[in-house]
Design a protein around this ligand. Structure first.
Ligand SMILES: Cc1cc2nc3c(=O)[nH]c(=O)nc-3n(C[C@H](O)[C@H](O)[C@H](O)COP(=O)(O)OP(=O)(O)OC[C@H]3O[C@@H](n4cnc5c(N)ncnc54)[C@H](O)[C@@H]3O)c2cc1C
Length: 240
């Protein structure tokens, strides 16, 4: 296997055109390749500047999970810190987690930030939303979002060998004219359910929770809804 290490987006694009398979930290693909055979060509974005941004409103697809710190919103920082073991986080990448893994602990965090994705294909780069990135397994260059006023992330302790632990991510963005927009994403088993509600200035917490219950989040099992209510109440209490 030949590993291409482009230093620009145009070089990366050329390698995709020659059929190179994207690789992040290889924490997942290595085992698959050992079992099924290695591809002739692979491409890593680790030297592409656009895939290595780490800012308060942007995160590159090649950033290693252990580098995701408090420059990004709390919800994303805590999501990255919750993945696997220290050894996994030192090797695995944001793109490998969101696009390439099945657990995708970063996905609920990115969804509540209403993040947009910049992806790369043989024709060049373009912006799209996360559901499309996942459905089409696009090569993720970076995520960008509008900075939230506050955010939070809860991941239940994992049962060894059991189903994926419950994740509740929430973020509040300031809205024009005052008030906030609350977004919540819950990973229940392998499914991620989202919902959002406005919180006009002066609205009581109970009303916001009732509005969230009227979205798809209201169909979640009682335990998940109980954690959601706790996390949202905590988030609301931190808003100005
Ligand atoms: C012991 C262990 C525990 C784990 N625990 C968790 C957990 O708690 N929560 C969780 O969410 N995950 C967990 N994982 C999964 C972990 O997040 C993934 O291994 C990791 O995110 C994959 O990243 P990688 O960079 O190594 O991807 P790779 O193994 O290199 O690639 C995996 C797939 O992603 C694709 N890919 C890589 N980079 C990109 C990109 N930029 N854009 C699009 N596709 C890309 C590759 O083509 C490949 O198909 C765990 C893994 C291990 C081994």
């Amino acid at each position: 296997m030949l590993l291409r290490l482009p230093t620009s987006v145009s070089e990366a694009r050329a390698h995709l055109a020659e059929g190179a398979v994207p690789v992040g930290g290889a924490t997942l693909v290595w085992g698959v390749w050992q079992r099924d055979g290695f591809p002739e060509l692979a491409v890593s974005l680790r030297h592409v500047p656009e895939a290595n941004v780490l800012e308060r409103d942007a995160l590159g697809g090649a950033v290693l999970l252990h580098r995701v710190d408090d420059r990004v919103p709390e919800v994303l920082h805590r999501a990255a810190g919750s993945v696997g073991t220290g050894a996994v986080r030192r090797t695995a990448t944001v793109g490998g987690n969101i696009v390439g893994s099945t657990l995708r602990c970063l996905l609920p965090a990115a969804l509540v930030l209403d993040a947009r994705a910049t992806v790369l294909d043989q024709d060049g780069t373009y912006e799209t939303d996360l559901p499309e990135v996942i459905a089409k397994r696009h090569l993720l260059l970076a995520l960008r979002w509008r900075e939230p006023v506050a955010s939070g992330y809860h991941k239940a302790p994992a049962d060894a060998g059991g189903s994926p632990p419950l994740v509740v991510a929430a973020a509040a963005h300031a809205e024009e004219g005052g008030g906030h927009r609350l977004r919540v994403a819950v990973r229940d088993d392998h499914e991620v359910v989202t919902g959002s509600a406005a919180r006009p200035a002066g609205t009581d917490h109970g009303q916001v929770l009732r509005n969230l219950e009227e979205t798809d989040l209201g169909a979640l099992p009682p335990t998940a809804r109980q954690v959601l209510r706790r996390e949202v109440t905590d988030l609301l209490s931190r808003l100005p």
